[in-house]
Design a protein around this ligand. Structure first.
Ligand code: SF4
Length: 62
């Protein structure tokens, strides 16, 4: 399963991550305003990638 990656340097880490709310399986976890962490639950649907305006969520190029 291809899981989403978090590019922490792209995340301003100053807000509640909107991608956490769109993930259908609750795979993104955010502590405070830190960049979100991806858990094993991720099914690679890509919905969070479309939501993050900073491009901090992405799939590794193969
Ligand atoms: S790719 Fe889909 S399942 Fe994975 S973290 Fe993003 S929204 Fe959740």
């Amino acid at each position: 399963m291809k899981q989403v990656q978090v590019k922490v340097s792209r995340c301003p880490q100053n807000h509640a991550c909107p991608a956490v709310r769109v993930c259908p399986v609750g795979a993104l976890v955010q502590e405070g305003f830190q960049a979100p962490r991806v858990t094993e639950t991720c099914v690679g649907c890509g919905q969070c990638v479309a939501v993050c305006p900073k491009g901090a969520l992405h799939f590794e190029k193969e």
